[in-house]
Design a protein around this ligand. Structure first.
Ligand code: NAP
Length: 540
């Protein structure tokens, strides 16, 4: 390394999920000395925290994985179309074992602050235990959706039983025979409810906004299907790399719903109703671009609710209205709607009928009733993209934290660099695309590795992300965002716009120009020598 001051590590990263694991492998292979911290006691990232009953991937597992090793792709076997958290975590440990990555990881270690030191040109990373480590480069591998948002409902500490955020499910907590209250009706609850309802005495979901829930259609992996996947991995990887959401889906079918006769639209919708987000991308090209086409898709989905839920009153409550499909990220259904046909499941509309007023010693009080519970789950979502980065004091060259920088707008360069933060990288930071995360992570890691290699091979001490490049990327991202139906997310508290945070104004957090186009832009930047950065040879 060429820094004038010697550092403990070349690179310090936070986060031991897909991002930290992929990063550590690639940087170690490139000859760098890497340390990865994570506050969790195990590797897995999202899958070390989200252990609620039913937690599973919403991407199909065979492309929700790391692709750098052909051997791993052949050796690992997924048991289901969408694997549960246990299996995904076991897979990540398999990768850790296979490549002996463990020595780079320090778990159960919460990082409290990371400060760029202008004098040394190094990052000082301080843990809660009071240790300080230095590194030339600092990388956030903390995940896009990892910082929980707790509701501002009074009385939470008065409740007599367990009450916790869905991503903090207490180890060993069993819901059998218990009365469970779930606040929130997003992707987490959609997965959790059918599992919890199987054994709980009673489950009540407190819903503010209903979602467009697409079918998952879970199925077991068969030997034939596995063989087909393993024989075609190059093609699968290329499909994901070239897809607008990083998914190994077919290319857009080249037809618009608005130009197709209505009966044919229905026939195509029905034919593709086979589970996963494929339905949105493999039916018509205009579902996310045209309000009229989006309405057709929305109507089709909501008609399916009525086929699954027996009580017409419940159908009404579960039917989303007033916003387009994808203004909120649609969850995948593993028996969610059917769960409402059970005698032990209730839905409470806390938007129009009976808002929650407080949590008491025994349960949840609404304007109408007191609902008594043994367990309360706060499935109230996450501060996406920026939450984990703002929860730590990350201070750049002018001493400001990212939290301060992003108070008004959460700007970045391609979700990787932040102006004012030298030698700092984010993996899927704000204004990166929302996509199948392992695909984006691998593209980000390759890009970051190339940047560090350039720095070292050319003897640079510092890179400084350009303010102009950040302004340009943010303007470009906002321009695209404002042309999409996703820009209506602020009407319905969408985390994709940070509109689920009470104390902050909604903002542009996602690059919707297409993940594949974004990956091309990363490549172009690397090929052009990273024109977004100013490189210097002597630490200031
Ligand atoms: P979410 O989609 O943001 O849903 C949070 C829920 O809590 C919403 O129903 C929201 O209502 C409600 N809520 C928030 N604050 C509230 C309050 N103060 N009072 C009452 N209700 C409140 O969060 P999530 O379900 O945890 O999912 C977040 C994202 O994580 C997903 O979209 C997905 O990307 C990811 N996730 C992925 C998987 C997977 O891939 N397997 C599984 C789970 C989650 P409103 O809608 O009215 O705001």
């Amino acid at each position: 390394m060429s820094a004038s001051y010697s550092a403990d590590y070349d690179v310090i990263a936070i986060g031991a999920g897909f991002a930290g694991i992929s990063l550590s492998y690639h940087l170690r292979e490139a000859g760098f000395n890497v340390k990865v911290f994570d506050r969790a006691s195990d590797v897995g990232g999202t899958w070390a925290w989200n252990k609620y009953p039913g937690a599973a991937t919403d991407s199909e597992s065979y492309y929700y994985c790391l692709t750098f090793s052909k051997e791993v792709l052949q050796e690992w076997s997924w048991s289901k179309r969408y694997s549960g958290w246990e299996e995904t975590q076991a897979y990540l440990k398999f990768v850790m074992d296979k490549f002996s990555l463990w020595p780079m990881f320090q778990l159960s270690t919460e990082v409290e602050s990371a400060e760029f030191n202008n004098e040394t040109g190094l990052w000082n990373v301080r843990t809660q235990g009071g240790e300080t480590h230095t590194a030339k480069y600092f990388v956030s591998a903390m995940g896009m959706i990892s910082q929980p948002v707790l509701p501002n409902i009074p009385g939470q500490d008065r409740f007599n039983g367990p009450i916790f955020h869905s991503s903090r499910w207490p180890e060993g907590l069993d819901v059998a025979g218990k009365r469970v209250g779930i606040i929130g009706a997003g992707a987490t609850t959609v997965q959790m409810l059918p599992e919890v309802a199987k054994t709980a005495a009673q489950v009540t979901v407190f819903q503010r906004t209903p979602n467009f829930v697409l079918p998952a259609m879970q199925k077991d992996m068969t030997p034939e299907w596995e063989k087909e996947i393993k024989d075609n991995y190059d093609e699968i990887i290329a499909k994901a790399r070239n897809h607008m959401f990083g998914m190994a889906f077919e290319q857009p079918p080249g037809r618009n719903a608005v130009d197709t006769p209505p009966e044919e639209v229905q026939r195509i919708f029905e034919e593709h109703w086979k589970g996963s987000f494929r339905w949105v991308f493999e039916t018509f090209d205009d579902l996310l671009g045209s309000a009229e086409a989006n309405q057709m898709a929305s109507d089709f989905i909501t008609a399916k609710i009525a086929e699954k839920v027996n009580d017409p009153e419940l159908v009404k409550l579960l039917t989303p209205t007033g916003y387009p499909l994808f203004a909120k990220r649609p969850p995948l259904d593993h028996g969610y709607y059917e769960a409402f046909n059970r005698d032990n499941v209730k839905l409470v509309d806390i938007k129009d009928r009976e808002p929650i007023t407080e949590i008491t010693e025994t349960g949840i009080q609404t304007t109408e009733s007191l609902y008594e519970f043994d367990i309360i789950v706060l499935a109230t979502g996450f501060q996406a993209y920026t939450g984990a980065l703002e929860a730590i004091d990350i201070r750049g060259s002018d001493g400001h934290t990212l939290r301060e920088k992003w108070d008004d707008e959460s700007k970045s360069i391609m979700g990787v660099y932040a102006a004012g933060y030298p030698n700092f990288f984010m993996i899927t930071g704000p204004q990166a695309p929302f996509a199948n995360l392992p695909t984006s992570i691998e593209q980000n890691v390759a890009y970051i590795t190339d940047c560090i290699k350039k720095m070292e091979s050319e003897g640079y001490d510092l890179f400084e992300p350009s303010q102009q490049a950040e302004d340009e990327w943010s303007e470009h991202t906002a321009e695209i965002h404002n042309q999409t139906l996703m820009a209506q997310g602020d009407k319905v508290h969408s985390w994709m716009m940070g509109a689920n945070l009470e104390q902050r104004k909604p903002r542009v957090l996602v690059y919707f120009g297409g993940a594949h186009i974004y990956y091309d832009k990363l490549r172009e930047s690397a090929d052009a020598g990273f024109p977004e950065l100013a490189f210097t040879k002597h630490a200031a």
